[in-house]
Design a binder for this molecule. Structure first.
Ligand SMILES: *[C@@H]1O[C@H](CO)[C@@H](O)[C@H](O)[C@H]1NC(C)=O
Ligand SMILES: *[C@@H]1O[C@H](CO)[C@@H](O)[C@H](O)[C@H]1NC(C)=O
Ligand SMILES: *[C@@H]1O[C@H](CO)[C@@H](O)[C@H](O)[C@H]1NC(C)=O
Ligand SMILES: *[C@@H]1O[C@H](CO)[C@@H](O)[C@H](O)[C@H]1NC(C)=O
Ligand SMILES: *[C@@H]1O[C@H](CO)[C@@H](O)[C@H](O)[C@H]1NC(C)=O
Length: 668
């Protein structure tokens, strides 16, 4: 797209732009078109580049901006964040869901309040610089599509235009205006700030809005021969609120053939003919139809998914994001309003929003080589640290909301997000060593060498880390949360085998308005579900304590939560029930023997038996049927810290004793 900056004074004599409003009678002056002054950031001769002047009787009014959906700002929620507008109002006015991605180029009507700040009307948005390559010009032209100008950014921000740095938070005054007396007299109520695209002409723009052509010309102090430029705003005077504009600009505009001012050599202001309008209308109809069909398709697909019954691990991808049945009902009622809207706004302050292209580059087009597991890929986005990129269908609001409030070294961090078509891509910190379950089941591929297994010290460290993370979730995060889906495959290991709890998709606040929480829709992974939850749907932090107990047993025994009993005709058995037979009525000798038989064979004799017994006893208390007799997370953390410390002492003795390690991983 060329906007021809070579002859900036070419067509529109600058004389009529210069401080125009100062010399005209207040109530009659309209706004002067910016022409292509937006290209020359250091030319402040044109006041129009600084904004539309406060020339109306009202110092503020409601106004509208038109924004083109463009990656990464593709949904009302994201656009509302960029433009400091209200997502619910955007989705209402445009009849779209506030989180659904829109086709690129679609025109979105953005309602905003417009007010006079000194000399100029404006609506303030704020924008934080994200990369080194951003300048006042790129922010105004590329990010805000011309709704702001570099001149006004320079004027209203304290940062020197030549030494901007990442993290600078800019005030972005968006161009808007209120109708003058003269306009109000003719029935005009609103002025819409439309961004001109290449190929636009004024007559066609007026038609899109059903506005009066002459009124548009006069609102911008233009005449039929004036040239307009892409990425500049044109005011559209309207007698009523603009409604949904369902126009996706045609990919390639046919040559204009309406007799119009011949475009000057440096401009690509073309025109759209009547046939094109018909074409666009047909296109709109088709898109609408397609939209409805797609909507029905996905709705059906989702419903079918919810009906599936509780399954084991293999279905976990779906399972983890399945919402309780009653939630589904609520959502049907308010398809247009999802809570992601407000979340996204808060969120974009702390995580990055990536374009789909960036993810494609990072993962080699989601190549098999990059696949970690299921829908999770490893990628290096824009040269940053490696990240785990997870494709998620459906509602991720809850997890995002939760992760915003979470900051703990034993809980996986969310660092970015990308919306693309029906999917959301969540970008997490990458845990190099993979999941705990892979290690316990010897499926680890990220590991150090082959046939390696976790040694005792590492297992205790992992148990302590998980307890630390859970204790944080239960007692220190604000608000406190219940994870609800703890299991060894949701415990990820970093490079140094430090554990991090992942997958908070099912978590919920511990206090739900002080009420006891009961659900009719039990979800989760078998083998980890506490009896009171399975039987009565009761949700308390004790749910996590129970699941944590199962993870402790896995660490201790190397077996899975549901395992095959060789001693009982290969029947499947629950690990948490098996421990009952191991620790017999507190008889010390028998317990020790039982535990020795229970401990993971991979450890050989390379573990302190007394500590293993202590851990087994702790785990047994966690999985007791009666939720009231399970320990709290803070108690567990203390107990595990004690075992961890004793392990360190044992390790020293062990080393002094010169006993050789059976584990492939050297002790520290
Ligand atoms: C005021 O409005 C009338 C149309 O009602 C128009 O002809 C006239 O040019 C306007 N005056 C100014 C100064 O724009
Ligand atoms: C701005 O105006 C001054 C005089 O009014 C003129 O000398 C100067 O060239 C103008 N600058 C630009 C960039 O047009
Ligand atoms: C949304 O629109 C309504 C009606 O136009 C308005 O009253 C309300 O203030 C708007 N909300 C926000 C947050 O702008
Ligand atoms: C917008 O920002 C400018 C510059 O920071 C400030 O002077 C003005 O008061 C703000 N306007 C509103 C409506 O907040
Ligand atoms: C303004 O932004 C658009 C879209 O990003 C870009 O195509 C165009 O080249 C930019 N204009 C200039 C003068 O850089």
């Amino acid at each position: 797209m060329k906007t021809g900056s070579s002859s900036s004074s070419g067509c529109s004599p600058p004389s009529h732009l210069l401080l125009f409003f100062f010399f005209l009678s207040f109530s009659h002056a309209q706004q002067s078109y910016i022409s292509n002054f937006q290209l020359n950031c250091y030319n402040t001769n044109s006041s129009s580049a600084l904004g539309y002047s406060c020339n109306a009787p009202q110092s503020s009014c409601s106004s509208f901006l038109i924004f083109r959906a463009q990656s990464p700002y593709v949904s009302p929620a994201l656009i509302s964040f960029l433009l400091s507008a209200d997502a619910a109002n955007i989705s209402r006015l445009n009849s779209v869901s506030d989180v659904a991605p829109l086709p690129a180029g679609r025109l979105i009507v953005i309602p905003i309040p417009c007010s006079c700040s000194g000399k100029f009307y404006q609506h303030n948005a704020s924008y934080t610089l994200k990369t080194l390559s951003e300048t006042y010009f790129t922010v105004a032209n590329d990010t805000y599509q011309g709704l702001s100008t570099c001149q006004t950014l320079i004027d209203q921000n304290p940062f020197d235009s030549r030494s901007l740095s990442v993290g600078n938070q800019l005030v972005v005054p968006l161009r808007c205006a209120c109708p003058t007396l003269n306009q109000t007299e003719t029935g005009i109520k609103y002025l819409v700030s439309y961004i001109i695209a290449s190929g636009d002409d004024i007559r066609a723009i007026a038609q899109i809005f059903n506005a009066d052509y002459q009124a548009v010309l006069s609102a911008n102090e233009l005449n039929e021969k004036s040239t307009i430029y892409p990425f500049t705003t044109l005011l559209i005077p309207l007698p009523s609120e603009p409604t949904e504009i369902s126009i996706v600009p045609p990919p390639s505009s046919p040559p204009p053939n309406v007799p119009n001012p011949p475009p000057p050599p440096h401009s690509d202001g073309g025109s759209i003919n009547a046939a094109l309008i018909v074409g666009v209308a047909a296109g709109v109809f088709f898109l609408l139809l397609l939209g409805i069909l797609l909507y029905l398709f996905f709705r059906l697909k989702r419903q079918r998914r919810t009906r599936q019954s509780l399954k084991k691990e293999s279905a976990s991808e779906i399972e983890e994001y399945r919402r309780p049945a009653f939630k589904e009902e609520e959502e049907k009622k308010k398809t247009l309003r999802s809570p992601l809207a407000s979340t996204v706004r808060e969120m974009l302050d702390w995580i990055a929003v990536y374009t789909f292209e960036e993810l494609l580059n990072a993962t080699g087009g989601f190549d098999e080589e990059h696949r970690i597991q299921g829908s999770v890929y490893l990628g290096v986005i824009n040269g940053d640290a490696p990240a785990a990129i997870k494709r998620v269908e459906g509602d991720v609001t809850r997890e995002i909301k939760i992760l915003k409030h979470i900051s703990h070294s034993n809980v996986i961090k969310l660092s970015g997000l990308c919306l693309h078509e029906e999917n959301t891509y969540m970008i997490y910190e990458f845990a190099e060593m993979g999941s705990l379950s892979d290690w316990l089941q010897h499926k680890n591929t990220a590991g150090a060498g082959d046939s390696s297994s976790l040694n005792w010290k590492q297992r205790i460290q992992i148990a302590r880390d998980v307890a630390d993370g859970l204790n944080y979730l239960h007692n220190y995060s604000n608000p406190p949360y219940i994870h609800k889906n703890l299991k060894s495959s949701n415990v990820l290991l970093g490079r140094d085998f430090r554990a991090k709890i992942a997958n908070l998709g099912m978590a919920r606040p511990t206090e739900d308005g002080g009420r006891e929480q009961v659900t009719r829709h039990v979800v989760g992974t078998q083998g980890y579900l506490a009896p009171e939850y399975l039987e009565h749907g009761l949700i308390t932090p004790m749910l996590d304590v129970f699941a944590f107990g199962v993870v402790l047993l896995e660490l201790l025994s190397g077996r899975e939560a549901i395992f095959v009993r060789e001693d009982e005709k290969n029947r499947e058995a629950l690990l948490w029930k098996a421990i009952e037979g191991v620790l017999l009525h507190g008889e010390e000798g028998k317990s020790a023997a039982g535990v020795r038989g229970f401990v993971d064979g991979c450890l050989g004799d390379d573990y302190p038996l007394d500590l293993a017994v202590a851990m087994a006893e702790l785990a047994k208390r966690c999985v007791s049927r009666d939720a009231g007799s399970r320990p709290n997370m803070d108690e567990l953390l203390l107990a595990l810290s004690a075992i961890h410390n004793s392990t360190r002492e044992w390790n020293v003795e062990e080393e002094a004793g010169g006993s050789s390690s059976g584990s492939a991983i050297p002790k520290r």
